[in-house]
Design a protein around this ligand. Sequence first.
Ligand code: HEM
Length: 407
Amino acid sequence: MTEHTPSDEIDPDASADTARTPAAGDVTADWNPRGPSVRRDPLAAYDGMRSYCPVARGVSGAWTLFAHADVTGAARDSQTYSNAVSRYLQVPNGLDGPTHTSYRALVDRYFTRERMTAVEPVVQRVARELVAELDVPGRIDAVAVGSRFAVRAQCAWLGWPADLEDELLRWMADNHAATRSRDRARTAQVAERFDAIIRSLTAARRVAGEHAPDDVTTELVRDRVEGRELTDEEIVSILRNWTGGDLGSMALCTGVVLTYLADHPDLQDRLRAGVSDRELDAVLDEILRIDDPFVANRRVTTEPVRVGGRQLAAGDTVFLNWTSANRDPKVFGDPDAFDPVGNAPYNLVWGAGKHVCPGRPLATLELRALTRAVLDATAVVEPDPGRPRQRGLPPVGGFSAAPLRLG
Ligand code: HEM
């Protein structure tokens, strides 16, 4: 029931031992998306699958596409690869065709250049204030910093009260744990809690009528699609998508970006010397390409299709593995070589095709603001040798804990 999670690569039947060893008795499976090798070193596991078995069947029967060409092809072919993968309403990501186009037009209006210019100073203030609360010199977990920042920035953007911060942080942690547990009742309960928070905010705006605060949430309550107001269910779905999944994605992106800078002092020095927003955005995209924490999204085939030499039937579930596609040597050569300008045209961090991320301008400006705030407040960001990093467990990518030292 989670939406727009960093990866919805949930494979309820996964139980096998290694990434390439299928579950006992399951002779048709090529890999286990949640096996130990993925848990130990996800990038190496995906790199291996891409080179040995680029279209692979998981132990639940779902396919995963690992190659850049196949992932891009599927993302661009929304006739064959449908987004109607869930029995829950998911606006706009679970919609196809003209219905998707209508709702997507509504969503896109919230991320225009004018709106982003207006929200930028707010996000910058949130970033500066948060970084001012950190000890310098001192130690941080970059993912925890990213979580708190994401919640504060989203609350400021949506017009939500600051006292929701701790409740939303608790919710993020519970949502994460519930998704990983694959316990449907638990996931549904956590989702219900989030819906209740959102419904209280939208209900307050309806009651306030013309006295409702002038913010994005009020606009959404009053917005129209196909000539009518949005239903509560649709508003909840849209807001759940913008917050439920994206807060977690922002936290993971922060972990990956700050860790990369800690590991690459030369790059850090270059950024400290001064770069334009445009250059910094390209750097952030390239760091996220190398270690994309937003692992995969799901599709379902509408007809039989042949891809990478394998035959998929109509109705098969297919995961587009962005993390793997973003490291395909056929496109990027050495996947770890840092080339923000050269690799930009092929970067899939924000997806491709009709469902490409509409929130990219906001996510980018948030990441840029936080990165600048951290660099401005410190002389150095370094790895913390005393505390080990922890990789995010599938279906999530990036790090679950990214300890760093600020000096
Ligand atoms: C923080 C880093 C983020 C990453 C890496 C990311 C990545 C992506 C990707 C890869 C997709 C394509 C999904 C698919 O093809 O099935 C997507 C879709 C989407 N993203 Fe993001 N996203 C991020 C943040 C955000 C934010 C902050 C928002 C909104 C506030 C947002 C809203 C959406 C929506 C609504 C969709 C679905 C679009 C559609 O189906 O037409 N994302 N995102």
